[in-house]
Design a protein. Structure first.
Length: 176
């Protein structure tokens, strides 16, 4: 078998596995371009919480399963661990301001944001209007992995809409 040789990419320093510089690791992780979601849940009082997440991904078609991960020291960690449901809105290319809003420290992230809300008696978390995909999920597992909590959800319902995605690459938003 031919030997595999590492090639130096100009401008990218080679980092040895045991001496990770956190910034180099972040830059390498961030080289994997993703879409951007807002993940929502209801707290114990029934009030919505939501946050921007690009760790979202599909796991399985049958059964339909998705996953995402949340920093353990996030203020929202206790709410998402307690919640039995979560909902995912995949943002459209013109929704960068919402991505920034749901990652910011504003007092009420939902203020002025157009949401799709469930009818009374339905405990589905609200979704972001005009997103290109919506997932309503029932949490089936959460696992503490490193400094994140990995959530696995069974998809209860989905809908998609036309439109280009908002993308995130090396800490920058881009229109897809
Ligand atoms: C594009 C983007 C993607 C993000 N993805 C995640 C993620 O997958 N998991 C996570 O824990 N935080 C992620 N964050 C950060 C959270 O949105 C942010 O820390 C959170 O909303 C802040 O809530 P806090 O009150 O707990 O600090 C992301 C931020 C941005 C801008």
């Amino acid at each position: 078998m031919a030997a595999v040789r590492a090639r130096h990419i100009p401008g990218l320093p080679i980092v040895k596995s045991h001496t990770f510089d956190p910034l180099a690791l972040r830059r390498a992780f961030g080289s994997f371009a993703t879409g951007v979601t807002v993940i929502t849940a209801l707290d114990e009082a029934g009030a919505p919480v939501g946050m921007t997440a690009n760790s979202f991904g599909s796991i399985s078609l049958d059964p339909p399963l998705v996953q995402w991960s949340l920093r353990i020291n996030s203020g929202l960690h206790p709410v998402f661990v307690r919640a039995e449901r979560f909902a995912v809105s995949v943002l459209r290319s013109d929704q960068e301001s919402l991505a920034r809003r749901f990652a910011s420290r504003v007092a009420n992230r939902f203020e002025g944001v157009e949401m799709v809300v469930a009818p009374p008696g339905d405990d589905s978390p609200p979704l972001i209007a005009d997103a290109i995909a919506h997932f309503q999920c029932r949490k089936v597992n959460d696992i503490r992995v490193g400094d994140h909590e990995l959530f696995i959800g069974q998809v209860l319902s989905v809908e998609t809409a036309p439109g280009a995605p908002l993308l995130f690459f090396r800490s920058q938003f881009q229109a897809g």
